[in-house]
Design a protein around this ligand. Structure first.
Ligand code: SF4
Length: 434
């Protein structure tokens, strides 16, 4: 059963915003609610002009198994919502990009009229217009490899980011090792079952060919991310550092000049971080997932066993010596610290704990970012918990903004424009509120 918590109508959402959170843009309120609740598409909403479809670039980010949501093959990667003079009776919404997370029971529904105009409904009330991302020109090019380009080098964030999941599994395997919110291995199994082409380990030559074509044909993509699951043993005869660094090492200096290069991987020792810098990596994301000491052990048992939370944090801090503090951007999964039966039950205590981590890193010039937890099926937390409450996300956004301001930090690099109406980062509203 898909669990829900604190459902809103447009009236109650507006009331909450006006009374308690008017310091945040209304767009951020709606975005966070949609991200935690997911959305559902009617058949007509998926029968509009061509658009870029969801490429399942690393996780499912869906609330139900793929077999239960056949429309997953046609869902767009993201939606961009906005209001205009004709949108009836709701607060103005500037263009806001939101990642698509399918949930057949969500109160947020996309539906289209006979002319292909899509609207977003909350509890059956139209609240905004919606458009889908265009298909990048490079999706229509021919390549020497047989896989679809969306499998090799998918575009997300409205085309801004090329997401290169070069290893689609994680060697933290099974419920005693996998991060308890993560469905990378379950996603892989589901995609294979669905018959989708889904390469486990990417060929560096294919990645280079794709990036060359993108650089030649596309002006929207500005960054690429190299990532995948952790390698605790060997992969193709290489350890984790050598496996992942073979990709940036193969990419030419001019491509690394053209794109901002990012690496999302475990927390490495300083010497290995220096190797990454030498390989041309600009931005490093050693994701710490959750700040609280005890929750880290429970939520990330593999990371705790192989590296340990203290080591992880120490390595994140030391990596600033290699990359420069502002280029170290560790992610946490906002909301897992409130997972039922595991995390905090008190919203303020959860935000306080997470804010302690934010303050710790930001005081050193390191700016964490967060994604919004999507309780995915098959994962230990996703099977047993509802999403975190909306109030948690709004208080977190407020705290994030305040700590960022306290240390007079810049907008983190590699995410495009910040600010409401401009941000393209689609899996949380942190860029919308800066
Ligand atoms: S380290 Fe954790 S979050 Fe990362 S891929 Fe493995 S299980 Fe998922």
């Amino acid at each position: 059963m898909i669990k829900a918590r604190d459902n809103y109508t447009i009236e109650s959402l507006k009331e909450l915003w006006e009374k308690e959170f008017s310091d945040l843009p209304f767009e951020a309120v709606v975005k966070q609610d949609i991200l935690r609740q997911g959305m559902v598409f009617t058949a007509s909403a998926l029968n509009v002009a061509e658009y870029k479809k969801k490429d399942y670039f690393i996780f499912t980010f869906d609330r139900a198994p793929l077999k239960d949501i056949p429309e997953h093959t046609r869902a767009p990667e993201e939606i961009r919502i906005f209001t205009d003079d004709k949108t009836p009776g709701v607060t103005k919404i500037l263009p806001t990009v939101i990642s698509v997370r399918l949930n057949p029971t969500s109160p947020y529904k996309l539906d289209a009229d006979g002319e292909g105009n899509v609207k977003l409904y909350l509890a059956d009330e139209a609240i905004a217009n919606a458009i889908y991302p265009p298909i990048p020109a490079y999706y229509k090019e021919k390549y020497s490899f047989g896989s679809p380009i969306g499998e090799v080098a998918p575009a997300i964030e409205w085309g801004y980011l090329i997401y290169l999941t070069v290893f689609r599994n994680c060697q933290y395997f099974g419920k005693d090792e996998e991060c308890q919110f993560c469905d990378i291995n379950h996603n892989w199994r589901q995609q294979k079952r669905e018959g989708r082409p889904y390469t486990g380990v990417k060929n560096p030559e294919h990645v280079v060919e794709a990036l060359e074509r993108i650089a030649a044909t596309d002006s929207v993509a500005k960054a690429f991310t190299i990532t995948g699951g952790s390698v605790t043993g060997k992969l193709g005869g290489k350890d984790e550092v050598e496996f992942y660094l073979q990709f940036p090492r193969k990419i030419s200096a001019s491509l690394k000049e053209h794109f901002i290069s990012k690496l999302v991987i475990q927390a490495w020792e300083l010497d290995d971080c220096k190797k990454a810098v030498d390989a041309g990596v600009k931005i490093y994301h050693p994701n710490y997932e959750v700040w609280d000491v005890e929750l880290f052990k429970k939520v990330c048992p593999g990371k705790e066993r192989y590296i340990g939370r203290d080591n992880w944090i120490r390595r994140v801090v030391q990596s600033a010596e290699a990359f420069g503090a502002k280029y170290v951007i560790p992610n946490f999964v906002g909301g897992v610290e409130m997972a039922d039966n595991v995390g905090f039950t008190d919203i303020d205590k959860a935000v306080e704990s997470t804010s302690e981590g934010l303050d710790f890193f930001m005081s050193k010039g390191i700016i964490p970012r967060f994604t919004t937890w999507c309780p995915e099926p098959f994962t230990p937390l996703g099977e047993t918990s509802a999403p975190a409450p909306l109030l948690y996300y709004l208080k977190l956004l407020r705290s994030y903004k305040a700590i960022h301001k306290k240390y007079a930090l810049e907008v983190p690099p590699g995410y495009g424009d910040a600010g409401v109406g401009k941000a393209v980062f689609s899996v949380s509203a942190f860029m919308d509120v800066l």
